[in-house]
Design a protein around this ligand. Structure first.
Ligand code: SAM
Length: 241
């Protein structure tokens, strides 16, 4: 469970609303049971349920837990996909260890940003939150509002390293691009929408010195590619095995 500064009272944290409901009704937790709590800076501690008052849960903080976050922070910029496919990406990449998300639409996107954007983002946020809690992440990956294609190019300039996964790239593996990355680096992984990247978009990335990399000779579904890209990146830096 995650908590903010406003929930801390001395050595206790008060869980309310959805968290309290989940703890009491779904997990059927009771006084004396242990839970793990993480603050908004990624520090996690063991805690024990000290009391339940009016549907709120009082947890007494205990010892600190080791940091489970990856030594290199991998962020995922991905083409927004139709329906539940975007939710799949957010959930699975959060479980794996992505540090944050930059959804975008580009030339060959099937979906367009719509009027329900705010509602959809709330839903996405909830999915990330749930996945982070279930995977015992020390942080909730940050979700940025969807942007349109050229903005991804500007965004790229704020990372230590950027790679884009291109279905037309035949040779360059991710390992080669990650050589030279070190602890604390922020790396942006970019994967495309259902229609992939246009030659123009690939050229614009190339102009910025951003290397295209391959995920192998078979074309993966866009949602598979985003999740596999995250997994392969974490594996390359020794986080998944
Ligand atoms: N049309 C299918 C779909 O609707 O899911 C495939 C889409 S694929 C073109 C979408 C994105 O996945 C690509 O832009 C690329 O980022 C990534 N991708 C898929 N297979 C790849 C591969 N073998 N190597 C590198 N990237 C790949």
């Amino acid at each position: 469970f995650f908590y903010g500064p406003g929930q801390v009272h001395g050595d206790e944290v008060i869980l309310t609303d959805d968290d309290a409901h989940h703890l009491l009704r779904v997990l059927r937790a009771s006084v004396g049971q242990e839970v793990e709590l993480c603050d908004d800076k990624g520090s996690c501690r063991r805690a024990v349920i000290a009391g339940v008052d009016h549907g709120e849960v009082r947890c007494r903080l205990g010892h600190e837990l080791p940091d489970s976050e990856a030594v290199i922070r991998f962020y995922l910029a991905f083409g927004v996909l139709k329906g539940e496919k975007t939710e799949f990406i957010l959930q699975k990449a959060t479980e794996l260890g992505a540090a944050g998300f930059f959804p975008f639409t580009s030339e060959r996107s099937v979906v367009r940003p719509d009027k329900k954007a705010e509602k959809i983002q709330k839903r996405w946020q909830k999915i990330i939150h749930g996945a982070a809690a279930q995977s015992r992440r020390a942080i909730i990956p940050q979700l940025n509002p969807p942007c349109k294609w050229p903005d991804v190019l500007d965004l790229s300039k704020t990372f230590d390293k950027v790679v884009f996964f291109w279905e037309s790239e035949e040779d360059r593996p991710l390992a080669k691009s990650l050589e030279g990355c070190s602890r604390g680096d922020r790396v942006l992984l970019i994967t495309g929408p259902e229609g992939g990247f246009s030659a123009k978009e690939a050229a614009a990335l190339g102009k910025l010195g951003i290397e295209p990399v391959t995920l192998g000779p078979r074309i993966l579904r866009a949602e598979t590619a985003a999740v596999v890209a995250t997994a392969v990146a974490l594996y390359q830096v020794g986080e998944l095995g």
